[in-house]
Design a protein around this ligand. Sequence first.
Ligand code: SF4
Length: 235
Amino acid sequence: MATSRKKASAKPSQSNSSARGPLAPDRVNAILRALDEAYPEAKCALTHRSPWELLVATILSAQCTDVRVNMVTPELFRRFPTPGAMAQAPLPELEALIRTTGFFRNKAKSIQGAARKIISDFGSQVPQTLAELITLPGAARKTASVVLGVSFGKAEGIVVDTHVYRVSRRLELAKAETAEKVEQELMRVIPQDRWIAFSHQLIHHGRQVCIARKPKCRECNLETVCRSKDKTWRS
Ligand code: SF4
């Protein structure tokens, strides 16, 4: 799902933030302001109508694009609209419906297992805590953070997908080499009330501008605060 992007310049409110380190509060605030200006309405790109549908779509999105997931979920949810229906689904039919998302056998087991656990342990409702969500088959911390943030407005973590990982390291907001450690670093530097929007904004920035192979630095409104060695253009 494309989100409109506005070009604006990120400049720290006080000069020479780099001399005070990449995590200087005015530099971090300048980055957050620039992201707000560029992506004021960044949202989750997975189509869904309920926490249950978002949970399933997020499980399916592992190693797959959101666009591809959005192509299979309408028919999947037409056939099996509730956890109850998904719990009873014939596995071969479930696998066929999600085949194009990759790893379809494991994913089919995960979403059926999640449906059954939601029914048996959570009164047929998607749980609303991270500790409970990560007990569902196929739902690791990232999946849980997506559901909590998007469906329930709860910021218990920062979603670190491949885009958030890459862009936050280029912007020197994090240095670690694993998504789990990058999340911990980001949680220390980004105010908690910004965690949900920040993830969506960095995902959009990573898809549209700060792309993996050849970032579009000339178009980037964070260019003035970015010192990445990957930069393709400098002002
Ligand atoms: S200046 Fe380039 S490398 Fe830095 S955030 Fe922008 S697009 Fe990414």
